[in-house]
Design a protein around this ligand. Structure first.
Ligand SMILES: [Zn+2]
Length: 456
């Protein structure tokens, strides 16, 4: 990928003459016109001027401090500025030819082009590679969404994990990855002793823990137990007394009574312990009947290599069980929201090629809106909640003076129709302005193996 090897500065310097210019400018910015999403009120406010200096927002609805040399972006009335999306269950993982990999050439750009400026890869299988990618992106060597690393999965989801791993070994591993700069940890396939050690040690480093947990059956941990241990976030299902430990979670989830009063108890527990629920609503539906919410508004498959595209014709099985879980989840997530529980946006989409994770956050927003969550709340879920859940809310998640300039501009008001978040005009990350059309063009035909020998 030659283009990506140009430093961002080189690219931006040549911008006016360079056909393939990706970042339009890196200067200080003054964005006027259109409207911006005010996270506090949940309203769209007429934009009198957003001032961005050295990658940070230094003024909102202001023209104070504008000096010569600021790049001016004038928006039209029907253009809306949203904070960048924070996908807290963003997989870079893809599977082709039966081989799973964290794919970091195409995915970072696809996320960014979709207005996803921050990602928390919720469990990494190649954590060293993910860490190196974060560094390359932060230094400007590579273009892409921010990666707030999670390090290796803690539990059997990590290739080669020893189920007998002791608390002392967990501590060492946590110390190592905290030192390397991860933003939090993900547990999946972990036992109670290991999870307790992970939570305690992560908190010593000021880091959060999330988990894909179980019912409590055999050596699994029910979210109820994890919350009492002090976990910060829970993925996929809220668990609790409604999920009996006499059988595995998946055996129960599809037949769970979404109106069970036992769920109220568990929802209250989330609220009392200030735990976030990463709903990943659409994740199950990808394996379901896909009769709603899974349309293509964009040809996502054109980013695959010709060989990968051939490999992935209809590879995702349609399973009744996952459709049932999806239908039950729609009701439980709405109940959880109505009671006042905090939700984050997580796409959880380890792709086999037919849908790509970067686009999935827009499907997830549509799904959350479709169950009756107001669009302003959906936007908060997709932005500030994710930042707060990772304790990064002072830097990210809203268009506020003092925060990093991570935002995107869409055509049409998403408060009227949430699918307007898909009509992306520009993406700004740390003050760099990107044209999504050019970003996407640069990765066409590049994801996955080029031939049988090319994916090891
Ligand atoms: Zn996942």
């Amino acid at each position: 990928m030659k283009l990506m090897k140009f430093s961002l500065l080189k690219i931006t310097g040549l911008c006016a003459f360079f056909f393939y210019c990706i970042s339009l400018q890196s200067q200080d910015l003054y964005i006027t016109g259109g409207h911006y999403f005010d996270t506090e009120s949940g309203e769209m406010i007429a934009n009198e001027g957003i001032i961005i200096k050295s990658g940070k927002i230094v003024g909102v609805n202001s023209n104070q401090g504008i000096t010569r040399g600021f790049e001016r972006i004038r928006l039209k009335d029907d253009q809306y500025i949203l904070p960048g999306i924070f996908d807290v269950h963003a997989h870079y993982r893809v599977t082709f030819d039966g081989i799973r990999k964290d794919e970091v050439e195409v995915n970072p750009i696809i996320f960014l082009a979709n207005g996803v400026t921050s990602t928390f890869p919720n469990g990494e299988i190649e954590p060293e590679k993910m860490m190196a990618t974060r560094k390359a992106i932060n230094s400007g060597e590579k273009i892409g969404a921010r990666i707030h690393n999670s390090g290796p999965y803690f539990g059997t989801a990590f290739p080669g994990w020893n189920p007998e791993t002791t608390a002392e070994e967990i501590n060492k591993r946590v110390d190592k990855w905290a030192e390397l700069g991860v933003a939090g940890f993900k547990a999946k396939g972990i036992n109670p002793t290991q999870l307790e050690a992970l939570i305690k040690r992560a908190h010593k480093h000021g880091l959060t823990v999330t988990g894909h947990l179980g019912s409590g059956y055999k050596t699994t941990v029910n979210p109820k137990m994890a919350i009492e241990m002090g976990i910060d976030r829970i993925e996929h299902f809220i668990g609790g007394e409604a999920l009996p430990d006499s059988q595995s979670a998946y055996a129960t989830l599809q037949n769970l009574d979404p109106m069970s009063p036992l769920l109220d108890k568990q929802i209250d527990r989330f609220i009392n312990y200030n735990v976030y629920f990463d709903a990943t609503l659409t994740a199950y539906g990808y394996y379901g009947h896909r009769e709603e919410l899974y349309d293509y508004w964009h040809n996502e498959r054109k980013y695959l290599t010709t060989y990968a595209e051939e490999l992935t014709q209809n590879t995702r099985q349609k399973l009744d069980m996952f459709q049932k879980i999806f239908d039950v989840k729609k009701i439980t997530v709405k109940r959880y929201y109505d009671k006042g529980g905090k939700i984050t946006l997580g796409t959880d989409h380890p792709s086999v090629g037919e849908f790509l994770a970067g686009f999935s956050s827009h499907r997830e927003m549509e799904a959350l809106s479709s169950i009756g969550i107001p669009n302003a709340a959906v936007i908060r879920i997709a932005t500030i909640n994710g930042a707060n859940a990772l304790r990064l809310g002072n830097k990210f998640g809203s268009i506020t003076t003092g925060k990093l300039a991570d935002l995107f501009v869409v055509e049409g008001n998403p408060l009227d129709d949430i699918t307007n978040t898909r009509n992306i005009f520009r993406v700004v990350k740390g003050g760099e302005v990107y044209d999504p059309v050019k970003l996407l063009k640069s990765v066409e035909g590049k994801m996955g193996p080029k031939n049988k020998a090319d994916w090891k």
